[in-house]
Ligand binder design. Structure first.
Ligand code: SF4
Length: 475
């Protein structure tokens, strides 16, 4: 009888469109630390999967973390049958599943314990780009920056190297790759012209958390300068994909995909946004947008979205007090927010989701309660749900040098805000404070943070294990 795992794999493959089946001499396994439902929405997996499979003598399969035996989706192969395991880590806490997958694969967690015959463990994605140091004990190589710009050279190095040592040497010569066993420095690599790569989905599935949706990245980076945000520091300069390439990527799925998703940190700043909306509307393709900016919304564009079936508008004013708006340099004032919600209502949106941060420097309880007052006024326009996250100071950002607010103080603010919103009947979800603290450590930590990560991993990853590990290592 087939195991549950094989049945699941077979079902995934039978319902997925765009799967590539290829078996070549040089084999890559692309690994997402997230289950298929979530991980299949990450465009980096799609782009690298396509790029690698286009190469001669190279094949690429995928694995999405499912807490059971690690076997490739397409060929049911074990990790040891591949020459390179390429992990894509977007968030700091993905590091735990990265270690888990290595252990489940029978590959030593520490890179210095790996031997000839072990695949090269390559780690890329937003987290290592922001801070590769904590992972440098575990990864053989880390890709800093835009992976598609390096992947062909990486494949070439894997092919050309006669053994593990030589492969690592060749990898260390690639700009953008950090090979900790051979060097202590690295340089970010970035794509100058997004049109050189296909930035759209390679596969879609009704079993994804974004059922049968095709994504296309319309821009990368952000031309703005919010002082808390990582995008300008680590993913600049701002680049746009051309209208022609965007439409080509979406229209390929016409009649197959249910809808399209436009991806980018600053989608509203795309110089051809209006034309994109108009073209998709004309083709009868419903679409959604990853992030909207209240001060850059046209009613016409919102109408195209609403007529395609979008019901919820998501905006991120971040703070409610004018002095905090100045501090973070994201100046979405009340009037601008009101106008954006009114436009959304006029064209048919039914509700709004607003993102806020608490725990900023110079913030007191009154500032936090202002969020509830602002929400009460905005609720008169559209029903609201709030998402509130603790402010995490990120490296190389203007506010990154401030410490994170203490757990006790954040909890006090959360309790007060929760009651103020509850009294007004406004729904809210809070991001975990403890997860925020761990994220802060991982994003700001040096190589020693790898020891903390390992300690937490070996001690069931509870918050007390993280704290204990942190105290042991940093004193
Ligand atoms: S918060 Fe948004 S608008 Fe501000 S810099 Fe970051 S991506 Fe750009």
């Amino acid at each position: 009888m087939e195991s549950y795992l094989i049945r699941t794999r077979k079902e995934l493959l039978s319902r997925e469109k765009g799967t590539i089946y290829k078996m070549a001499k040089w084999r890559f396994l692309l690994i997402s630390p997230l289950p298929y439902k979530v991980g299949s929405g990450g465009l980096a997996m799609h782009i690298l999967y396509r790029e690698l499979n286009e190469l001669e003598d190279v094949s690429c399969e995928r694995y999405f973390f499912q807490g059971e035996e690690v076997r490739s989706l397409e060929g049911d192969r074990l990790p040891m049958e591949f020459h390179c395991l390429a992990f894509s880590l977007s968030y700091e806490l993905d590091s735990l599943n990265f270690l888990r997958i290595l252990e489940m694969s029978g590959i030593p967690l520490l890179r210095e314990e790996r031997k000839e015959g072990h695949p090269i463990v390559l780690v890329g994605g937003a987290y290592p780009t922001i801070n590769p140091r904590p992972l440098s004990k575990f990864a053989d190589a880390l890709a800093i920056g835009d992976g598609e710009e390096m992947i062909r050279e990486i494949a070439e190095a894997i092919k050309r190297g006669q053994d593990r040592k030589e492969r690592l040497e060749l990898l260390s010569e690639i700009q953008g790759l950090f090979v900790p066993s051979l060097s202590n420095t690295y340089q970010r690599r970035w794509v100058k012209n997004l049109d050189l790569y296909d930035g759209s989905s390679q596969f879609i599935s009704p079993l994804s958390g974004f059922p049968s949706t095709t994504f296309v990245e319309i821009s990368r980076g952000c031309p703005r300068g919010c002082r808390f945000c990582l995008i300008p520091s680590f993913f600049s300069p701002y680049r746009e994909r051309s209208l022609g390439k965007i439409l080509e990527g979406i229209l390929r799925w016409k009649g197959i995909a249910r809808k399209a998703g436009l991806v980018g940190a600053a989608t509203c700043d795309h110089s051809a946004l209006q034309e994109i909306g108009k073209a998709l509307h004309k083709e009868g393709i419903p679409f959604s947008v990853a992030s909207l900016r209240a001060d850059a919304l046209s009613e016409e564009f919102l109408r195209y979205m609403a007529e395609g079936g979008e019901k919820t508008i998501t905006l991120a004013p971040e703070v409610a007090s004018p002095h905090l708006r100045e501090l973070i340099n994201k100046r979405i004032d009340e009037e601008t927010l009101r106008e954006a919600l009114e436009k959304a209502k006029r064209v048919g949106f039914k509700r709004a989701r607003l993102y806020f941060m608490i725990g900023l420097p110079q913030e007191d309880i009154e500032d936090v309660l202002e969020i509830a007052e602002l929400a009460e006024r905005m609720r008169k326009i559209l029903p609201l749900h709030l998402s509130v996250a603790p402010f995490i100071p990120k490296p190389q950002t203007p506010l990154g040098c401030f410490p994170m607010e203490s757990e006790e103080r954040l909890r006090e603010k959360i309790d007060k805000l929760r009651s103020a919103l509850w009294e007004r009947g406004i729904g809210v979800s809070f991001q975990s404070v403890r997860e925020g603290i761990i994220q802060w450590w991982l994003t700001q930590g040096d190589e020693r943070m790898g020891d903390v990560l390992l300690y937490a991993y070996k001690n069931r990853s509870s918050f007390s294990a993280w704290r204990k590990g942190y105290e042991k290592v940093y004193g």
